[in-house]
Design a protein around this ligand. Structure first.
Ligand SMILES: [Zn+2]
Length: 100
Protein backbone atom coordinates (compact mmCIF):
# COMPACT_ATOMS: atom_id res chain seq x y z
CA UNK A 1 0.00 0.00 0.00
CA UNK A 2 1.28 3.46 -0.73
CA UNK A 3 -0.02 6.97 -0.30
CA UNK A 4 -1.91 6.97 -3.59
CA UNK A 5 -4.70 4.93 -1.94
CA UNK A 6 -5.12 7.37 0.91
CA UNK A 7 -6.33 10.94 1.23
CA UNK A 8 -4.98 12.73 4.30
CA UNK A 9 -7.49 14.38 6.61
CA UNK A 10 -7.24 17.85 8.09
CA UNK A 11 -5.95 16.66 11.45
CA UNK A 12 -2.99 14.93 9.80
CA UNK A 13 -3.42 11.74 11.82
CA UNK A 14 -6.07 9.86 9.88
CA UNK A 15 -6.55 9.05 6.22
CA UNK A 16 -9.45 8.16 3.93
CA UNK A 17 -9.24 5.25 1.49
CA UNK A 18 -9.63 6.10 -2.17
CA UNK A 19 -11.04 3.85 -4.87
CA UNK A 20 -8.22 2.25 -6.82
CA UNK A 21 -10.07 2.63 -10.11
CA UNK A 22 -11.52 6.16 -9.98
CA UNK A 23 -10.01 7.86 -6.91
CA UNK A 24 -13.39 8.54 -5.27
CA UNK A 25 -13.37 8.41 -1.47
CA UNK A 26 -16.97 7.14 -1.16
CA UNK A 27 -16.23 3.47 -0.48
CA UNK A 28 -18.81 1.36 1.34
CA UNK A 29 -17.91 -1.62 3.52
CA UNK A 30 -19.94 -4.52 2.11
CA UNK A 31 -18.42 -7.60 3.72
CA UNK A 32 -15.83 -8.45 6.36
CA UNK A 33 -14.00 -11.77 6.66
CA UNK A 34 -11.79 -12.76 9.58
CA UNK A 35 -9.50 -15.79 9.65
CA UNK A 36 -7.88 -17.06 12.83
CA UNK A 37 -5.60 -20.05 13.17
CA UNK A 38 -2.41 -21.32 14.74
CA UNK A 39 0.64 -21.09 12.47
CA UNK A 40 0.41 -23.52 9.55
CA UNK A 41 -2.81 -25.14 10.81
CA UNK A 42 -4.94 -26.50 7.95
CA UNK A 43 -8.19 -25.44 9.59
CA UNK A 44 -9.12 -22.51 11.79
CA UNK A 45 -11.95 -20.10 12.48
CA UNK A 46 -13.49 -18.13 9.63
CA UNK A 47 -16.21 -15.55 10.18
CA UNK A 48 -17.97 -13.69 7.38
CA UNK A 49 -20.11 -10.68 8.25
CA UNK A 50 -22.41 -9.44 5.51
CA UNK A 51 -25.98 -8.24 5.11
CA UNK A 52 -26.79 -8.17 8.82
CA UNK A 53 -25.64 -11.69 9.59
CA UNK A 54 -22.51 -13.63 10.50
CA UNK A 55 -21.50 -16.99 9.06
CA UNK A 56 -18.98 -19.10 10.96
CA UNK A 57 -17.04 -22.05 9.54
CA UNK A 58 -13.56 -23.57 9.61
CA UNK A 59 -12.52 -22.91 6.02
CA UNK A 60 -9.39 -20.90 5.30
CA UNK A 61 -9.86 -20.33 1.56
CA UNK A 62 -9.22 -16.66 0.88
CA UNK A 63 -7.13 -16.08 4.01
CA UNK A 64 -4.70 -13.31 3.08
CA UNK A 65 -2.03 -14.89 5.31
CA UNK A 66 -0.36 -17.99 3.92
CA UNK A 67 0.55 -19.30 7.37
CA UNK A 68 -1.31 -17.38 10.08
CA UNK A 69 -4.34 -15.12 10.66
CA UNK A 70 -5.76 -12.24 8.68
CA UNK A 71 -8.86 -10.31 7.75
CA UNK A 72 -10.36 -8.61 4.72
CA UNK A 73 -12.79 -5.75 4.15
CA UNK A 74 -14.62 -5.76 0.81
CA UNK A 75 -15.77 -2.39 -0.51
CA UNK A 76 -18.05 -1.10 -3.22
CA UNK A 77 -17.50 2.30 -4.83
CA UNK A 78 -20.28 4.86 -5.29
CA UNK A 79 -18.78 6.09 -8.54
CA UNK A 80 -17.69 2.99 -10.42
CA UNK A 81 -17.97 -0.80 -10.51
CA UNK A 82 -14.66 -1.46 -8.74
CA UNK A 83 -14.69 -3.66 -5.65
CA UNK A 84 -11.43 -2.98 -3.82
CA UNK A 85 -10.39 -5.21 -0.91
CA UNK A 86 -8.35 -4.12 2.10
CA UNK A 87 -6.43 -7.02 3.67
CA UNK A 88 -4.40 -7.43 6.84
CA UNK A 89 -2.26 -10.54 7.16
CA UNK A 90 0.09 -11.80 9.82
CA UNK A 91 3.52 -12.78 8.52
CA UNK A 92 5.90 -13.79 11.31
CA UNK A 93 6.06 -10.72 13.55
CA UNK A 94 4.78 -8.32 10.90
CA UNK A 95 1.29 -7.24 9.92
CA UNK A 96 1.11 -6.70 6.17
CA UNK A 97 -1.53 -4.45 4.61
CA UNK A 98 -2.65 -4.69 1.00
CA UNK A 99 -5.34 -2.82 -0.88
CA UNK A 100 -6.22 -4.12 -4.29
ZN1 LIG B 1 -14.45 3.85 -7.98
Amino acid sequence: MNGTYLRATANGYDAILKCLACGNTYLHQERIEAFERNADASIGLHITIEGGRAIVDNGLAGNPSSRRSGFKVYFSCESCAAGPVLSFSQHKGNTEITFD
